[in-house]
Write a protein that binds this ligand. Structure first.
Ligand code: AKG
Length: 277
């Protein structure tokens, strides 16, 4: 589906998601993936740098900075959020080939410390994401719920920070598989009930979760949270706007995101009885 499809905003308002959206060609996505995998090899010896690379690809790799500012990404984000858009974060959800990694049912905005729900995720497939790879599953219309109670599991194979899981009943029978081809994206609301299962294919399943917000949102961690202005203007100064990466895996950028990650972790783990790592 083209990002300029006239029903995009209405479909999103009804279901809480839209997919599949054509963002980049399969060849362009393969180039971004190759750049990522080269960077993974370059930093693999340092666990912290590998974690930061996967948590901040748009701050560390110019290829991802271009992706988050791609005209198709901006068209989809502005169709939902309006003309002023901030990139709140980018992160990679990687499931290695034939592994049990999964994501439990959750609502994204539960632990992010943001004061409103004007947030969307564009999840871009950098590899094929069919049902067998553990693509995301969405419960239509569940975004209309407020944040429901979640319980932490810290389960080993759960890719979420706290292994958090919705603690009320989820109507799994009505869930739809958001299967994507390489270069396509799904778009979902921060209150949508969603999850994903294990990857039973012979390829890695690599998704770039790109989170956009409106500038009027506020973070409980205060104005130091580092974000990027993607479209329009920021008239609020609720966040610290930072420029694109200085260079590929730039040491100063790596040091800056390490500080930002500590700040965000303190919000993500607030009230938790344990932490990963
Ligand atoms: O990649 C996945 O399977 C889950 C991603 C997710 O929960 C999200 O992007 O909000």
């Amino acid at each position: 589906m083209n990002v300029s499809t006239p029903t995009l905003a209405a479909d999103y308002a009804r279901d809480g998601y839209v997919f599949p959206l054509d963002i980049v060609s399969a060849e362009e996505a393969a180039e971004i993936r190759a750049d990522l995998e080269k960077a993974e090899d370059e930093v693999r010896a340092d666990k912290q740098h590998l974690r930061l690379l996967r948590g901040y690809p748009a701050r560390l790799l110019p290829s991802f900075d271009r992706l988050v500012r791609h005209p198709n990404m901006i068209a989809a984000a502005t169709a939902i959020l309006g003309p002023d858009v901030i990139l709140w974060g980018s992160g990679l959800f990687i499931k290695e080939a034939n592994t049990p990694s999964f994501v439990s049912w959750h609502q994204d905005l539960t632990y992010w410390g943001l004061d409103q729900a004007d947030e969307i995720t564009l999840w871009v497939a950098l590899s094929p994401a069919p049902s067998e790879s553990g693509c995301m599953r969405f419960v239509p219309g569940s975004h209309r719920a407020d944040i429901v109670p979640h319980a932490d599991s810290f389960a080993d194979d759960n890719l979420l920070t706290r292994g958090q899981e919705i603690a009320v009943e989820v109507d799994e029978a009505s869930a739809v598989d958001a299967a994507l081809q390489t270069g396509q994206a799904s778009l979902h609301h921060g209150h949508l009930f969603h999850a994903s299962g294990p990857n039973r294919t012979n390829d890695r399943r690599i998704g770039a979760a790109i989170r956009y917000i409106v500038p009027s949102m506020k973070a409980s961690s205060g104005p130091e949270t580092e974000v990027a202005l993607i479209a329009g203007e920021d008239r609020y100064n609720n966040f610290r706007i930072v420029p694109p990466p200085k260079s590929r895996l730039d040491p100063a950028d790596m040091a800056a995101v390490a500080v930002d990650a500590e700040r965000r972790d303190s919000v993500l783990y607030a009230g938790a009885k344990a932490a990963r790592g």
